[in-house]
Write a protein that binds this ligand. Structure first.
Ligand code: MG
Length: 158
């Protein structure tokens, strides 16, 4: 028995904030604004898992009105969502994500992101794909104003 889920997350890029993607700190003059650590990659993956489980979205489980989640480590949120999946009898088979960011180039960070996410989701690194795209100078991503992540995840009954 398989279930598939899709996730999408966008954060505004501003000066004076760290840029964290998949739990990895990216060297950048701008970071993602948000209530938690604003890790859009972890958020999109968590939303994809919740979607596969028909369990709503991240905002339902970790509302930004709750000060408990202020500056939260999003890897912890992702681990909690993974734990919820296991509680429901499912485990992650694989995940694929595309990070849309104009700069910096993410090539040198991809391996670390995949490793960190795989550890968090308790799967082999070969089951987690992270790809990077720019916005070609168009839209909010292309103007360097935002980071957007799309993710899909497949769960299997364990
Ligand atoms: Mg988010």
């Amino acid at each position: 028995m398989f279930r598939i889920g899709i996730g999408n997350d966008t954060h505004r890029l501003v000066a004076g904030r760290p840029l964290i993607l998949g739990g990895v700190l990216i060297e950048s003059d701008r970071g993602a604004d948000g209530h938690s650590d604003a890790d859009a990659l972890s958020h999109a993956l968590a939303d994809a898992i919740l979607g596969a489980l028909c369990e709503g979205d991240l905002g339902v489980h970790f509302p930004d009105s709750d000060s408990q989640w202020k500056d939260a480590d999003s890897l912890q949120l992702l681990a909690r969502v993974c734990w919820l999946a296991r509680e429901r009898g499912y485990q992650v088979v694989n995940a694929d994500a595309t990070v849309m960011l104009e700069r910096p180039k993410l090539r040198d960070y991809i391996a670390a992101m995949r490793e960190t996410l795989a550890k968090t989701l308790q799967v082999d690194t070969g089951c987690i794909s992270v790809k990077a795209k720019t916005g070609e100078g168009l839209d909010a991503v292309g103007r360097g104003e935002a980071v957007t992540v799309q993710a899909v995840v497949l769960l299997e009954q364990s």
